[in-house]
Design a protein around this ligand. Structure first.
Ligand code: FES
Length: 147
């Protein structure tokens, strides 16, 4: 049976990168998806404004796993400013697409990264809003368009 999912999605779903937690993470973000109720937790380790390590755990579907896996690969080793520019759209493109009704799953990864970075700034006593913007910790599907 032909899959509606690209080979890259299947690869990241069956062999997800960066799954787990980081014991000494200095930023942790947890977000929920209002569409399906799935949950994503993202751990980042930041040194000199660079994300030196990132891991995630999710109670999410295969598309959430694949997008988070790809998103963590895209931000690992990158400065915070670059990680904050990562959109769910860019992650979906890097995966060669997702079926339209699964796009909302990709928002979970983007929001979890933003929440983890916001937590990192908050722990430093810095207001994250100027960097991260207003965080909506759940997605109603309406945020899956261009940001
Ligand atoms: Fe919930 Fe995909 S169906 S994240």
């Amino acid at each position: 049976m032909a899959s509606v999912y690209s080979e890259k999605v299947m690869d990241h779903f069956t062999n997800p990168r960066n799954v787990g937690e980081i014991a000494d993470a200095n930023g942790v973000g947890e977000v929920g998806n209002a569409v399906c109720g799935d949950i994503m937790k993202m751990y980042i380790k930041v040194e000199n404004d660079v994300i030196v390590d990132v891991k995630f755990k999710t109670f999410g579907c295969g598309s959430a796993i694949a997008t988070s896996s790809m998103a963590t690969e895209l931000i690992k080793g990158k400065p915070l400013s670059e990680a904050l520019k990562l959109t769910n759209k860019a992650v979906v493109e890097a995966l060669d697409g997702l079926p339209a009704h699964k796009i909302h799953c990709s928002v979970l990864a983007e929001q979890a990264i933003k929440a983890a970075i916001a937590d990192y700034y908050t722990r430093l006593g810095i207001d994250p809003t100027p960097f991260v913007g207003e965080l909506h910790d759940s997605c109603d599907g309406g945020c899956c368009h261009e940001h």
